[in-house]
Structures are given as structure tokens and as C-alpha cells.
Design a protein around this ligand. Structure first.
Ligand code: ADP
Length: 630
């Protein structure tokens, strides 16, 4: 006897709405239905192990199959099944109230597309691709009668008895014309691979051919034949569900390759495992970061009880940790709420804090246990640590003790160690530790050379984030001030009260200054005649540290004010009063010879900074050639 009824919802016809609002994520219907099948299968397994189900458990593989002629997709399980009453209760009422509630909430919010996919619309997502859905099911309860439920996308459904001998449920989707792409094997395989690769119950999708050994030929070589085997799409026991004590390094590396087939091996990893106050398991890998690390995001996969949810973990994992790879599995991350809510969610906050702490602890452990090994990895993890330090206060607190600075000498120091290291001769008159650095060894070579001759240590800071990192360290550490080696003449890099004697008197200085101003002929630049060592360059051009830093910050995105677009360079030109060239200029008789000498010295200074270009460069070369042959 067929029983008819009306699904109790307010909207007359909910399916077109479901379809419309879930447009971008149609493929999740399969995730939802297969997850339901897996749940039902796990339930029967549990009942059997508790002794509450006495029948034979049998093979509980879930099967996905396609009938191209009938244009159906069927998801079959050998789970607990449902009685007709249960269908009415679980499908007609509960599922639908979930769906209507969802629509009420999200129908006006285009931005929440992503969450729509996570809402767990469950069973009704079938109507995104099907014009008619059938459930044929036999409950595991003794003496149950099989039931069939049919609904063709209106609010009306029909329940009849059915002939089904095996325990479990078949969901049969009659695929709609506009969704026939889902009848293609490769498409289904693709979706199953994406969402179901690590489901805890085996999922079969068709068969595959495999080559197996088949005796030996007459020379004793093994023979092969192809056999058809069930195509099981998933690994039911991925390593994150296991205990770290059962696992070897090879297992972690193998799993990494499984997740990211073409990647280089990771540097190290962290196995996450908590069950209080929230549930979370997972493995986070430290990849070798490339300079363009922005491109490396979206590599962490988020699972909920082994069902893939998303690889956009923006709201669940602190930003700097998104550079890591791996999986996080937590049933406690609420996926059925909107984004802003997610960020405010207590569990998510705790998860954030937990992961941050774990990562910091792991780094600290590596640093303490094997400093040399840690230093070798620094090039790869440095960017990550700095990023974390800048963006997360909690991470900073731990990372400050294992953040390293690399000297051009090849030595590594923590920040505190470095302060001690340079205390002897790099304290300025305000007792600031002056951290000298270069971001381009080749280009700043002459400045580095001068600094090193003076006994100063020079750091190499050439990561993308270093301009931000420098500001951060200055703010967070007492009495630390960074200066790029070319920010000033070497005597002024570490400013002391000491004064060098000048061989020129004030009047001579003034006239040298005038000659140079004439030669340079650019009002934006300031000329100073200063007493330096006789073997220093005759002229140094520098861009003051603060100006250059703003430019750097701007170049690396954000931070600096935007006023430098068309601004002139504003160079400081320091003329070495003690260099023999000044004497030559003073002694030169003709004004034009004075200016020519000054111009040559200035161009040389520009050249050493890589700033002499265009016509200036051409003229300089011409002049130099003339000088050489004259
Ligand atoms: P959810 O899975 O979030 O509870 P669904 O709409 O997907 O929501 O399913 C509603 C209910 O229908 C399930 O909780 C379950 O009781 C029942 N159900 C769905 N699919 C199956 C199945 N394959 N076997 C047994 N029961 C099922």
C-alpha cells in the first residue's frame, strides 16, 4: 500500500532554491550521501561490537555505481538501514527543517557560498543534481520490512514497501538533464578522490585492472596477467588516526607524498593529537618555503571525521600557519555557521592557540636538541618563524628565543646572543646596539667592506619579510637599532661622540661643498663635507635608513605610507674631507677642472651603489676613457 504525504516545510517548492543557492558547489551531493552511508555503516559496526546487533556484519563496503542508460547514480551501503517510520522521522522532518533553516539564514548572503557547501545540507543536497530521488532501505532491526521512498523534487513524497533482502540503504539519484556531467566516471572518481580519500569505511567505485604475477615462463621469468579488482578509492586508516608511537619517519614521508605527489620532502612535521577540551588530530608538515610563499597557501586540508571539508583553512588556522602543509581533522570545528561566527567561536580560538603552541614547542625542541641542524634549516624556516613572530603575539613570546640572525661571517646568533656579540664596538652614544645589515651582498659590497674593516659585524637580511621583521625586533627588543650598511658613511653607522680631525679648515670645506653642489646640480641632494679616514671613498652617497626602509616596506606590500610614489631620492652626499682628492680640487686652477674632478668622484660613488645609469653612465665612461688615454 502506498502512503502519500507532504513534506512539512513552509516553502512551496524548496528544490529550485536549493539548486540555485548551492550552485557553485553541486559536487558536494556525493560527499553528503557517501558520508551518510559511511555513518550508517559505522553505526552497524558499533552495534555489532556492543552485541546489540546479532546478525552477520558481513562486508560493509559502500558502493557508488552509475547506470548510464537509466541515468542514475546509486549509493549503496550495508549499514543500519531505516524503517518506514524512521524515513518519515529522519528524512521528511528533520532533514528538511535543517534545509529550511539553512535557506532562511543564507539566501541573502552571496558571500557565504563557501559555507553553504559546509552546511551539511545532507541528504537533500541530492536534489542539486537529481530530478527524482529514491531511497530503498531495509533496517537492521529484526523483522523489519523494506521501504521505498520516492520524491521528485516537489514537496510531495511517497512511501511504499519494497523488496530488498540485504540490510542497508540504496540511494538512487535520477540525474537531471543539466547535471549529466555527474554520470561520467572520471567526474565521480574526481569527487570521490577529493572528499573521500580517507573515509573510514571502504568505498568501492567500479573496478580497475591490475597486473598480477601468474606463474613463470619457460626461462623462469615471472609472467603477468591483468585481473579486474574492486576500485576502492580510499585509505580507511590514514596515519593521522594512528598513534605517533606506531609510526616511523618513512610513514610520515610516504603520507606527505600521497597528499602532495610532486613536492619535495618536508623538513619536519608535528603530529597533533588532543581530545580535551576539543577533539583534534592531524599532521602538520613544514615544507621548504619558496620565496613567493603567498602561492603556497591552501595546502592544509581540513577534515571532519575523515571526511574532507575544505582546503581553505583561513578561519581555523592562524595566518602564518597556513604556510604549513598537512591535515587537520576535527569534529569540533563548527562548519554549519557563518564565517564571522566561526572566528568568534570558542573552539576555533582554542584550536588556533593549541596549534600555535604546538608549532612553537616543536621549533623550540629542534633548536634545543640540535642547534646545528636547526641552523641548517634556518634558511627554509626563517621566513615562517619571522612571519609568525610578527603576526602572533603568543608565537613571538616563544619564538624570540629561537629566532636566528645570520652574519655574513656565516655565524648564527639569537637576538640576545647577538646583542652580547656586538656589545664591544657596536654601541652608539645612546647605548643602542646597532645591528648592521645588508640585503644585497653584491650591490653593497664596498659598504660591507668598509664596515668589516672597521671591525663591525654585518648581518644578512634578505628575506621578503625582513623589512617588517626589522621593525618588529626594534619594537620588541630593548636598545636595538638596525641600520643598513649603506645608510651612512662608515663612521656614522655607529655614531659615537668621537670626532675625527679634518685636514680642511672651515673655509676650505665650504668651497669644496660649493664645487660639489655645482657638479651634482640637483637640489634634492644634500652635500656635506666630513672628516673620514683617508682610505675611505672620496665620496659616499647614502639614502637615510628611515627613508629607505619606508620604500622597502612599501615594496614588500603594506606598512609604509603611500607618499613615495613619485618622490625624488633625496640622497645624502658625503665628501671625505680627508681624502687626497679634496686637496687636488683646492689646488686645481680652473673652476671647470674643479667641477670635473668633483663630478667624477660623485659618479664613482653613484656607480658603487649601482645608481649611475642612462646618459650619466655613458658620459662617465667617455670621461674615464679620455682620462685614461690623456
Ligand atoms: P545528517 O546526516 O546531518 O543527520 P542528513 O539529511 O544527511 O542529515 O540525514 C538525515 C538522517 O537520515 C540521518 O541522520 C540518518 O538518520 C538518516 N539517513 C540518511 N542516510 C542514511 C543511510 N544511508 N542509512 C541510514 N540512515 C540514513
Amino acid at each position: 500500500m502506498a502512503e502519500k504525504g507532504t513534506i512539512s516545510i513552509h516553502t512551496e517548492n524548496i528544490f529550485p532554491i536549493i539548486k540555485k543557492f548551492l550552485y557553485s558547489d553541486h559536487e558536494i551531493f556525493l560527499r553528503e550521501l557517501v558520508s551518510n552511508a559511511v555513518d550508517a555503516s559505522q553505526k552497524i559496526k558499533r552495534l555489532a561490537s556492543l552485541g546489540e546487533y546479532q546478525g552477520e556484519l558481513g562486508d560493509i563496503t559502500v558502493e557508488v555505481s552509475v547506470n548510464k542508460k537509466k541515468k542514475t547514480i546509486t549509493i549503496s551501503d550495508r549499514g543500519i538501514g531505516m524503517t518506514a517510520d524512521e524515513i518519515k522521522k529522519y528524512i521528511n522532518q528533520i532533514a528538511f527543517s535543517g534545509a529550511t533553516e539553512f535557506l532562511e539564514k543564507y539566501k541573502d548572503k552571496g558571500e557565504d557560498q563557501q559555507i553553504i557547501g559546509h552546511f551539511g545540507l545532507g541528504f537533500y543536497s541530492a536534489f542539486m543534481v537529481a530530478k527524482k530521488v529514491e531511497i530503498v532501505t531495509l533496517s537492521h532491526q529484526e523483522g523489519s520490512e523494506a521501504a521505498r521512498w520516492i520524491c521528485d523534487g516537489n514537496t510531495e513524497f511517497e512511501i511504499t514497501t519494497a523488496k530488498k533482502k540485504d540490510r542497508g540503504t540504496d540511494i538512487i539519484l535520477h540525474v537531471a538533464e543539466d547535471s549529466e556531467e555527474f554520470l561520467e566516471d572520471f567526474r565521480l572518481q574526481q569527487i570521490l578522490d577529493k572528499y573521500g580519500k580517507f573515509l573510514p569505511v571502504p568505498i568501492k567505485f567500479g573496478t580497475k585492472e591490475e597486473s598480477v604475477e601468474d606463474g613463470k615462463d619457460k626461462d623462469g621469468n615471472p609472467k603477468h596477467k591483468t585481473v579486474k579488482k574492486d576500485n576502492i578509492i580510499n585509505d580507511t586508516d590514514p596515519i593521522w588516526t594512528k598513534s605517533p608511537s606506531e609510526l616511523k619517519d618513512e610513514d610520515y614521508l610516504k603520507f606527505y607524498k600521497e597528499l602532495y605527489p610532486f613536492s619535495e620532502d618536508p623538513l619536519f612535521w608535528i603530529h597533533l593529537n588532543v581530545d580535551y577540551p576539543f577533539n583534534l588530530t592531524g599532521i602538520l608538515y613544514f615544507p621548504k618555503l619558496k620565496k613567493d610563499f603567498e602561492l603556497q597557501k591552501n595546502k592544509i586540508q581540513l577534515y571532519s571525521r575523515q571526511v574532507f571539508i575544505t582546503d581553505e583553512v583561513k578561519d581555523v588556522v592562524p595566518e602564518f600557519l597556513q604556510l604549513l602543509h598537512g591535515v587537520i581533522d576535527s569534529p569540533d570545528i563548527p562548519l554549519n555557521v557563518s564565517r564571522s561566527f566561526l572566528q568568534a567561536d570558542g573552539n576555533v580560538k582554542k584550536i588556533n592557540g593549541y596549534i600555535t603552541k604546538k608549532v612553537a614547542d616543536k621549533l623550540s625542541e629542534l633548536y634545543k636538541k640540535d642547534r646545528e641542524g636547526y641552523e641548517q634549516k634556518w634558511t627554509d624556516i626563517g621566513v615562517f618563524v619571522k612571519y609568525g613572530m610578527i603576526s602572533e603575539e603568543k608565537f613571538h613570546e616563544k619564538a624570540k628565543d629561537f629566532t636566528l640572525l645570520k652574519s655574513l661571517s656565516g655565524k648564527f646568533h639569537t637576538i640576545e646572543e647577538y646583542k652580547k656579540h656586538i656589545e664591544a664596538n657596536q654601541l652608539n652614544k645612546d647605548k643602542q646596539h646597532v645591528f648592521l645589515y645588508t640585503n644585497d651582498e653584491a650591490q653593497q659590497h664596498s659598504y660591507i667592506d668598509n664596515a668589516q674593516k672597521r671591525g663591525f659585524d654585518v648581518l644578512l637580511l634578505n628575506d621578503v619579510l625582513d623589512s617588517h621583521f626589522i621593525n618588529h625586533v626594534e619594537q620588541k627588543f630593548d636598545k636595538v637599532s638596525f641600520k643598513r650598511v649603506d645608510a651612512d658613511v662608515v663612521d656614522k653607522l655607529v655614531e659615537t661622540d668621537e670626532k675625527k680631525e679634518s685636514v680642511l679648515n672651515d673655509k676650505e670645506k665650504e668651497s669644496i661643498k660649493e664645487v660639489f653642489e655645482k657638479a651634482i646640480n640637483d637640489k634634492n641632494n644634500t652635500v656635506n663635507v666630513e672628516a673620514m679616514a683617508t682610505d675611505d671613498m672620496p665620496v659616499m652617497v647614502t639614502l637615510p635608513e628611515f627613508l629607505r626602509r619606508m620604500k622597502d616596506m612599501q615594496a614588500s606590500g603594506g606598512g609604509g605610507p603611500m607618499m613615495f610614489g613619485e618622490m625624488p631620492l633625496n640622497l645624502s652626499v658625503a665628501v671625505n674631507a680627508n681624502h687626497s682628492i679634496t686637496k687636488k680640487i683646492i689646488e686645481a686652477e680652473k673652476e671647470e677642472d674643479k667641477v670635473a674632478l668633483a663630478k667624477q668622484a660623485y659618479d664613482l660613488a653613484l656607480l658603487s651603489q649601482g645608481m649611475l645609469t642612462g646618459a650619466d653612465l655613458t658620459n662617465f665612461i667617455k670621461r674615464s676613457v679620455d682620462l685614461a688615454v690623456s
